[in-house]
Design a protein around this ligand. Structure first.
Ligand code: GLU
Length: 298
């Protein structure tokens, strides 16, 4: 079993990302597996200087030990280019120079169709002969439907043609899109189990589709509920989730275990972070996690 934690360095580790770190760690370590850390620093404009180091230091101070070297997406563009070329050879991608406004306008008097992740791309550039530069690359989807069994959320179904449309794999600024980078790395790192926040549940069918196109098996997915505030917004840098501090490691880890339904003993928070992780590995039970996409933090 190989699991991973893949934070984007857009800010320090917060309670929401601690949940994904702890859950993926326990899942792999409770089975004697490996746990890898990958810094998803592709989107340089969204990155916060120093956040990657800060996240790694916080993980260490919380007692997490990862296997092997930390991998940085910013150093892996050759892997992504290689995957793009494979799809290109199979004529599965095409260039697209549509702006957001052009996509909305291309619905020609019909109301624009919103899918699970913004406007459904209506395929405008699929048959265009000459596209302007700079342009993005999109992958062609079909209406066959993708179904998978999430280890926490159960059966998930999506139809990429109706819910998403042809989606971007390489942005007009040349950066590889998250959907492609994440599966290329999961494949290349041999990841067998992905445990992460349920905010990524809707992205998973796109990722499974890309794995299929590249002839690779999908890992087993498990999506934990995300922690949200009273306004039902996911705790994130954007909603100003408080960073977590090493001084409160034991309390935060115990709270995270409670959030994940693991029912730690009441006095566990009086123990060291290392002891808490030991307990967590030994008692990990994925079936105790709430089958919900979000839980309001009280
Ligand atoms: N980098 C993503 C995030 O921080 C997580 C990607 C993943 O786990 O697949 O939200």
């Amino acid at each position: 079993m190989i699991g991973r934690f893949a934070p984007s360095p857009t800010g320090p580790l917060h309670f929401g990302s601690l949940l994904a770190a702890l859950g993926s760690y326990c899942q792999a370590k409770s089975e004697g597996g490996r746990w890898l850390v990958r810094i998803e620093d592709l989107d340089k404009p969204r990155e916060m200087t120093g956040a990657a180091d800060d996240i790694l230091r916080t993980l260490e101070n919380f007692g997490f030990e990862w296997d092997g070297e930390v991998v940085y997406q910013s150093q892996r563009s050759s892997f992504y280019q290689n995957a793009l070329s494979q799809l290109q050879t199979k004529s599965l991608i095409y260039s697209c120079d549509c702006s957001r406004k052009e996509i909305a306008d291309s619905y020609n008097h019909r109301p624009p169709q919103h899918g699970i992740d913004g406007l459904i791309y209506p395929g405008t550039c699929r048959h265009k002969i000459a596209v302007k530069t700079p342009h993005a690359s999109r992958v062609i989807v079909n209406a066959e439907g993708i179904t998978f069994n999430d280890a926490i959320q159960g059966k998930i179904q999506q139809n990429l043609a109706y819910d998403v449309g042809d989606f971007v794999l390489q942005r007009a600024d040349g950066l590889c899109a998250y959907q492609l980078a994440v599966i290329v790395d999961d494949i290349e790192q041999g990841i067998t189990h992905v445990l992460r926040g349920a905010d990524l549940l809707d992205s998973t069918p796109r990722q499974i589709y890309l794995q299929q196109l590249l002839g690779q098996p999908a890992p087993q997915y498990a999506h934990i509920p995300v922690a949200s505030n009273a306004a039902h917004e996911k705790l994130s840098k954007q909603t100003l989730a408080p960073a977590i501090h090493t001084a409160h490691a034991s309390t935060m880890l115990t709270q995270a275990l409670n959030f994940l339904g693991q029912q730690p003993p009441k006095d566990l928070s009086n123990h060291s972070a290392n002891d808490i992780l030991q307990w967590a590995k030994q008692h990990w039970d994925i079936t105790k996690i709430a089958k919900q996409r979000s839980i309001v933090l009280s």
